[in-house]
Design a protein around this ligand. Structure first.
Ligand code: HEM
Length: 237
């Protein structure tokens, strides 16, 4: 008796959960919940560095390079904001329903991407990274890839080449998310292995792997997914 009254309610809940908008909402709440710690850290560290003398407190603060220091802390703020906006850009129901928001937020995201990547590239060239040569090289590649993805997302959108625009937009979002995933990898690694293969000067085997893997790994996975999509649509045709 009880099970027959429960059945319509269960199927109503399942029907509700099957809606794409609801699934996106749940995914976003989960993702933003996980990302909020790093996003807040990035924006606050940026603001802290821009408004205080952090000489001897932060490794990114160089008194002899005031402009580079400014640019470095500024990239943390623009990067933190970009992380939120770039994620929202790939949400299908939001994009379809609020086109105007998608267009304007897209322009802001691209602008933030260009400023973040350019700023970080200047910092790498003028100040250098904690890890030295290999980390300078990987950060430079990361910055250039983000710049290219930001410019291409804008160009393909303006040309209304929607298939390419979708791909470049997703590449930009994945590259932005990689900056958070980089820290997430370290959190998981430290919880499981402690300080194994990690050194304070970021030259341990795991540091070296991370320097390249954190963005190239996800970028490669995305390209494989695009290939699979292409193959699937060709077969369907
Ligand atoms: C979504 C974008 C980004 C965010 C949110 C972000 C955030 C941050 C933060 C918070 C730091 C300080 C270190 C920490 O507290 O973890 C940092 C450092 C750094 N970022 Fe970014 N960043 C972003 C994009 C980029 C890009 C595109 C580059 C590429 C050139 C880059 C290069 C660097 C470098 C070289 C450092 C210093 C690493 C070191 O020397 O230890 N960042 N970033």
């Amino acid at each position: 008796m009880q099970s027959t009254t429960h059945r319509p309610m269960t199927s109503a809940i399942l029907r509700f959960l099957r809606q794409p908008a609801v699934q996106w909402c749940l995914a976003l709440v989960g993702l933003f919940g996980l990302m909020q710690g790093f996003t807040r850290h990035s924006i606050w560290l940026g603001l802290w560095g821009l408004t205080n003398d952090l000489d001897g407190i932060s490794p990114f603060f160089a008194t002899d390079l005031p402009y580079t220091t400014f640019i470095m802390f500024f990239h943390m703020i623009t990067g933190g904001l970009m992380l939120v906006l770039a994620t929202l850009q790939v949400v299908g129901p939001l994009r379809r329903r609020y086109r105007r928001f998608h267009r304007w937020s897209g322009r802001v995201t691209v602008g933030l991407g260009v400023v973040t990547a350019t700023g970080a590239l200047i910092y790498v060239a003028r100040h250098g990274t904690t890890g030295g040569a290999f980390m300078n090289a990987s950060s430079t590649l990361y910055g250039v890839m983000m710049l290219v993805a930001a410019v291409q997302t804008l160009r393909t959108g303006q040309r209304r080449a929607w298939l390419d625009h979708r791909r470049w937009g997703m590449r930009l979002t994945v590259l932005a998310l990689a900056s958070w995933l980089y820290r997430l990898h370290y959190t998981i690694w430290h919880a499981v292995f402690g300080d194994l293969w990690v050194t304070p000067d970021m030259r341990g085997p795991f540091d070296v792997f991370q320097a390249w893997g954190f963005f190239l790994g996800y970028a490669a996975m995305l390209e494989i997914w695009f290939l699979w999509e292409k193959h699937r649509s060709r077969r369907a045709r």
